[in-house]
Ligand binder design. Structure first.
Ligand code: NDP
Ligand code: 8X3
Length: 249
């Protein structure tokens, strides 16, 4: 029987590319996000390849998160693979001038949202003694860079939570994976810089990772045999050496 994956943040970037990659391999999809029009478009495109259901909710809202997932029809209720991907950076400011609303957004979405979704899905995985949780961290979860402060903090938290999940879910045979990319050319910088022109320069002068590059690694992780768990992946484009060194033309 085909597996079912629930992907948060499936309307754009890494989440959307992962949906396309999984569809190619016949994995059924529960696609989540707040932009319904995009969910509809992606569902229409991928329904030719696999079964697709969409859920519209904000991961910051724990009640909406619980009730959206509880509303899944029986055919989509069993989640074999959870991709905790929804998230963004909001702002790039020194700590002394950072914006409280940006800080709330990053901690509420990247950290607490991941927990809210996981809290709903984990009980069915422990009950079945199977499942795979993939958390999308970041190189920012391994290394802090100037003005990255709270975003880096949120992604360090994602990595710590991932390791905690791997320990606590170990008796249940549940795989837990962290995929930590460096710079990926998505809508990420448009969100971080709130649509201002700084977003245009982030991926100029070198070839950044593309969302599809990350999706292929995610698909590799979920296609390993039952006894193999890819625990932690750090991936950069060739031009990037670490969070601060990027070889630009
Ligand atoms: P995008 O901005 O392209 O995609 C972000 C996704 O998250 C969208 O689908 C968006 O959907 C969803 N999302 C954002 N806020 C919420 C919310 N409150 N509730 C529900 N869904 C939400 O960025 P990326 O694809 O690049 O980012 C995906 C993940 O990858 C993030 O966790 C990011 O931190 C991480 N990452 C990104 C890197 C990069 O350089 N791009 C590098 C390393 C990690 P919608 O707006 O429809 O709700
Ligand atoms: C996204 C990569 O370097 O912009 O997590 O923080 S970076």
């Amino acid at each position: 029987m085909n597996k079912t994956a629930l992907i948060t943040g499936a309307t754009s970037g890494i989440g959307r590319a992962t949906a396309h990659e999984f569809a190619k391999h016949g994995i059924n999809l529960v696609l989540c996000g707040r932009r319904q029009e995009r969910l509809d478009t992606i569902k229409k495109a991928l329904s030719k390849q696999t079964d697709v259901y969409t859920l519209n909710f904000d991961v910051r809202d724990k009640v909406a998160t619980q009730s959206a997932i509880a509303s899944l029809p029986d055919t989509f209720k069993t989640i074999d693979i959870l991709i905790n991907n929804a998230g963004n950076a909001h702002g790039l400011d020194p700590i002394q001038t950072g914006d409280l609303d940006d800080w709330d957004a990053m901690m509420d979405i990247n950290v607490k949202g991941l927990l809210y979704v996981s809290k709903v899905i984990i009980p069915q995985m422990t009950e079945r003694k199977s499942g795979h949780i993939i958390n999308i961290g970041s190189s920012a979860g391994k290394e802090v860079y100037p003005k990255g402060n709270v975003y880096c903090g949120s992604k360090h938290a994602v990595l710590a939570i991932t390791e905690g999940m791997r320990i606590d879910l170990n008796p249940f045979g549940i795989k837990v994976t962290a995929i930590n990319p460096g710079l990926v050319e998505t809508e990420f910088s448009k969100v971080r810089f709130k649509g201002d022109a700084s977003a245009d320069t982030v991926y100029k002068g070198y070839k950044a990772l593309q969302a599809e590059d990350v999706a292929e690694v995610i698909r590799f992780a979920v296609s390993r045999p039952a006894h193999v768990n890819i625990a932690d992946v750090l991936m950069f484009c060739t031009a990037q050496a670490n969070s601060t060194i990027v070889n630009k033309n």
